[in-house]
Ligand binder design. Structure first.
Ligand code: BDR
Ligand code: CA
Length: 344
């Protein structure tokens, strides 16, 4: 990874999004990336809460006011947005009581631009350099593509947490993953935009898609929460506060996973994807032509990969099918934790 790579995160915090925010903020504080912007998109909870949470987690993570935060899409592109507070808690932060912010009392203010505008402005400001990470629905990205159809060519790389592949079951319907399921039209618009961009210019990088078949392997356990608290106890006060809030949030996520039969643990998709965006050398990828099913009664939200050229189209996506990391996703979560403790 080059030094100070500009990065944009579009998220819907969200408990595992909070880990992704804290991780990227830590990398930014340490000077290894330049986190240029965070877009909060409506997701499991509504836009007011995802914005509130993005701001609060950035404050807790010690990110400077130079990180722009903008409100993205308030709902899905075509259909009514389905909120699922049972997954991340009524306000998207589990049991964490996030500090309430009063307007004007902290250095960080919500950017006046829309999330879609921030996408476009940052991509234009860093042509060919910006690494963009999406850990929520693609609704804001789809709007950004309407504003600037050349976006795929302007980015260095797009990394999306979305979909499920290779027969791995969905977490929302038998075949769909939540980020895609909540706004399939937006996810499919992303696929089509990358298809058009690559047909016009094969040098455009295919979008990276990380599905549940990969991300469900990133498992945060209660024991890891204990380790995070112990690590914080021997560090500075900022980490103590961040760790306590994360641990309170994660406790809710453990209970959710337990309630759906996964056990008292949490699959933390989003920090794995954020880490991968900064460690491209660790991704094992396969080129495919990707579309999202938007119509099927039983298959809406399904990510349909063409590996054999049935559609006669060039690859618009790289599926991240594995990690070439000794220790696998657990080692990645160790690195995420180590980054959080880095005083910067
Ligand atoms: C995705 O859905 C959200 O609930 C998580 O934050 C993650 O981005 C996993 O399906
Ligand atoms: Ca998310």
């Amino acid at each position: 990874m080059s030094a100070r790579r500009p990065v944009l995160l579009d998220c819907d915090p969200g408990i595992d999004d909070a880990l992704a925010i804290a991780y990227l903020a830590a990398e930014h504080r340490a000077g290894r990336i330049a986190l240029q912007g965070v877009v909060a998109t409506a997701g499991n909870v509504g836009i007011d809460d995802t914005v509130r949470n993005a701001l609060a987690w950035l404050d807790l993570a010690g990110a400077g006011a130079e990180v722009s935060v903008a409100a993205g899409a308030a709902g899905a592109t075509v259909v009514p947005h389905a909120f699922t507070p049972e997954t991340h808690g009524p306000r998207g932060a589990g049991y964490a009581a996030l500090p309430e912010r009063e307007e004007g009392t902290t250095a960080r203010a919500l950017d006046a631009r829309s999330g879609a505008r921030l996408w476009v402005d940052l991509a234009r400001a860093h042509p060919g350099e910006l690494v963009a990470v999406v850990t929520g629905p693609s609704s804001t990205l789809a709007a950004a593509l309407d504003l600037e159809p050349a976006l795929p060519r302007l980015l260095r790389r797009l990394v999306v947490m979305g979909g499920t592949y290779r027969g791995h079951p969905g977490n929302t319907t038998p075949v769909s993953e939540w980020n895609v399921d909540v706004d399939p039209e937006a996810a499919d618009a992303v696929c089509l935009a990358w298809e058009a961009a690559r047909e016009a210019d094969p040098a455009v990088a295919p979008a990276w898609w990380c599905g549940l078949n990969l991300t469900e392997r990133a498992v945060w356990t209660p024991e890891r929460s204990e380790r995070l608290l112990a690590q914080a106890a021997s560090a500075d006060g900022r980490l103590v506060s961040l760790a306590r809030h994360l641990v309170d949030a994660l406790r809710f996520y453990f209970e959710f996973h337990d309630s759906v039969g996964e056990g008292y643990l949490a699959q933390v998709h989003d920090p794995l994807v954020a880490w991968l965006a900064l460690h491209s050398e660790a991704a094992v990828t396969e080129p495919v032509h990707l579309r999202v099913e938007c119509a099927g009664e039983h298959t809406r939200g399904m990510t349909v990969e063409d590996r054999r050229g049935h559609r006669g189209r060039a690859a618009n996506a790289h599926l991240v099918v594995d990690l070439s990391v000794p220790g696998g996703p657990d080692a990645v979560l160790d690195e995420v934790m180590a980054a959080l403790a880095d005083p910067g």
